[in-house]
Design a protein around this ligand. Sequence first.
Ligand code: COA
Length: 532
Amino acid sequence: MTVLTSVLDPNGPEHRANREAMLARLAELDGEHAKALAGGGEKYVARHRKRGKLLARERIELLLDPDTPFLELSPLAAWGSEYTVGASLVTGIGVVEGVECLITANDPTVRGGASNPWSLRKALRANDIALANRLPCISLVESGGADLPSQKEIFIPGGAIFRDLTRLSAAGIPTVAVVFGNSTAGGAYIPGMSDHVIMVKERAKVFLGGPPLVKMATGEESDDESLGGAEMHARVSGLADHFAVDEQDALRQARRVVARLNHRKAYGDPGAAEPPKYDAEELLGIVPGDLKSPFDPREVIARIVDASDFDEFKPLYGTSLTTGWATLHGYPVGVLANARGVLFSEESQKAAQFIQLANQRDIPLLFLHNTTGYMVGKEYEQGGIIKHGAMMINAVSNSKVPHLSVLMGASYGAGHYGMCGRAYDPRFLFAWPSAKSAVMGPQQLAGVLSIVARQSAAAKGQPYDEEADAALRAMVEQQIESESLPMFLSGRLYDDGVIDPRDTRTVLGLCLSAIHTAPFEGARGGFGVFRM
Ligand code: COA
């Protein structure tokens, strides 16, 4: 039998304390998600409704097949910045007429739906997901275009939005734009570059320059409708393929467009899968509140993979990294999970071998992070920890099977890289509220700074101010701690969202399904030089 056994005691004091800490973090997370849902706030929502318009998420809901999930991505974008949480854009994956699509919707209640630097990053991330997974892209447009005060941050990189649309189209990935309101200036190229365009009567405004600009430029008198109304574009310019009488009609027509795309998944549905043997609720009590004590990732794996069935690879070797094979919602996965925080040479070599095996077998990889990084110290340096870590990073970098990453606990230093951190292009990366990610732990980082400052003072023959050192350490520790937290990192788009641990299996299942829309093949060779 390869069904994982569990030694978790859900009634024990440790489990209960961990659970309490996780629930407190989840409550905090709910509060931040609520900000994204609130959009521009009551005043702007009321004004929007008074105009007879649907909110961004209502539009998405009507677009999707009834009773199907929507995997919202990056809902905390712009968290911790001067912009509204959510970055005036909703993105995610949902099913339209049975087809998994990447959907983006401007939130016109937030500064007229204008795009700020975080909206741009969120939109570009959505495009990357659509391209990598061959998901048709549906844009629900109503935006004041560039957020003008921050134009210097977005004007030049923002051109990538339109480039991406046509590259998606060139790759045979359908693009659909539904225009509900303002889509002017640069924004006009969203419908302009899309394969299919639907515009809402008397609402869509699609022009390069509005009446005031036209008056300034040429002296011509004009109005919104004649310059860029749905009727004009449907009957005269030909930019609109479909004329919708209202928002509901536009969404109905968008569904019909998707129904006729003939977009096929590369892989069939694997069918029903047996759920894990253990309760997902118990995932709340596994990660310790302070991340200092280790936890057995098999307890997590047992609660996310099908039937808790896991064939471990090299269980006796490099034991601080657990590797093995499972299925998740019917999809085969190779799992790499940190067991005791530190990665040694053995773990690194085991990982490199395991990643190559997954590539030979065309099996996607799931990385479950809880690492403080690669081991330091004379013994380990002499034992070749750099070259062994490099092997693992080489394998991750050049692996061609899709990767999924979940930050459960620590994800520090080069360990974040070796475990397929953001820069290593996992198809999706999510964090639990318990996660922390930085170049190293806050105390270690503050300590290193202090030692360096002390040595520098000694070299100059200057006395060292111990009081100032203590204050600096405390300040640095606090700063690094806050910058390591998932909400901060999610705000900067370093993950695709912070999720409730109990939802991990569902979220990964949705991602795996999306991933299996595009064909993939593991790397049979083509790795860099493995330094032996
Ligand atoms: N950049 C920054 N802020 C913007 C903005 C933009 N592009 N567009 C709108 N806003 C702000 C407004 O200043 C306003 O702020 P306030 O409520 O604090 O005064 C808020 O968003 C709502 O705008 P408002 O004009 O009241 O909303 P509306 O729904 O009636 O109209 C637009 C929305 C988008 C049609 C209108 O604001 C507009 O034409 N904006 C400029 C569009 C443009 O030319 N963009 C440049 C494209 S590159």
